[in-house]
Design a protein around this ligand. Structure first.
Ligand code: ADP
Ligand code: MG
Length: 244
């Protein structure tokens, strides 16, 4: 009898859905009486496990797209689905919980808190999720070891190099083991060698932790290593790579 396995499949429908799916995204800004059409009926489907680079000229809307995908910015029109769930249909509490637990965000500037050490900065999302302090501390230590900073837990941001600061920002983004990490030009401020090391870290997150990545970048080397590169142009995405 295979009724049992059919029933088992029926209760796990999310497994077949893309991790994140954007449909018909429009984003307009009103700036000094002028309307700017940044995203124009944009679609994007990201299966779990992918590593996507978003490229495009400065001002084209890469950050806006990442913010919409991460639900930090509400689109003028269109929907974003995370494992089939319409994000903008969630109430504010559920949406905040989604951002805290399911999503990691890494910015160009690390935004670490200057008065707190690497461990405390990394613990923040876990404490916000109301994880007990000792447990959050253990989790943060593990993830800092994972990003290669096990010996610098008690350094403050000013006592770390640019690459190390960005590693702490990555550790903070993944401390709650999110499914998705969105990164906005995460190595834009780093020298090429340090940038490569941080890129390698992103690949390790993908390979070893199964984290799906969407990264806005100008970095050609990073772009080439991602499973897909999409160019944002005139408010839509185009596959950057020509045919085989
Ligand atoms: N909050 C805002 N208000 C008005 N205009 C904005 C706002 N955020 C972004 N823009 C405009 O939207 C366009 C896209 O910006 P952005 O997404 O930051 O581009 P990119 O990240 O590709 O450089 C730019 O013209 C920018 O000035
Ligand atoms: Mg930007």
């Amino acid at each position: 009898m295979n009724d049992g396995s059919a029933a088992a499949r029926a209760v796990q429908p999310a497994g077949n859905k893309p991790l994140i799916e954007a449909r018909g995204i429009v984003k307009d800004f009103h700036d000094a009486g002028r309307e700017i059409h940044v995203l124009r009926d944009l679609d994007l489907t990201v299966p779990a496990g992918e590593e996507i680079a978003i490229v495009g000229q400065s001002g084209v809307g890469k950050s806006t797209l990442l913010y919409v995908l991460g639900s930090m910015e509400t689109p003028t029109a269109g929907k974003v689905f995370f494992e089939g769930q319409d994000l903008f249909a969630l109430d504010p509490v559920a949406l905040a919980e989604f951002r805290n637990r399911r999503l990691g965000f890494v910015f160009q500037f690390h935004y670490l808190l200057a008065d707190f050490d690497a461990l405390e900065n990394t613990m923040m999302p876990a404490l916000i999720a109301r994880m007990p302090d000792p447990q959050a501390r253990v989790r943060a230590k593990e993830v800092l070891e994972f990003v290669g900073l096990g010996d610098k837990l008690h350094r403050r941001p000013a006592e770390l190099s640019g690459g190390e600061q960005q590693r702490v920002a990555v550790a903070r983004a993944v401390v709650l083991h999110p499914r998705l990490v969105l990164a906005d030009e995460p190595t834009g401020n780093l020298d090429p060698h340090t940038a490569d090391e941080v890129h390698e870290l992103f690949h390790v997150l993908n390979r070893d932790l199964g984290i799906t990545l969407v990264v806005a970048t100008h970095n050609e080397r990073l772009m080439k290593r991602m499973s897909r590169a999409l160019r944002l142009h005139d408010g839509k995405l185009y596959d950057e790579r020509q045919g085989p």
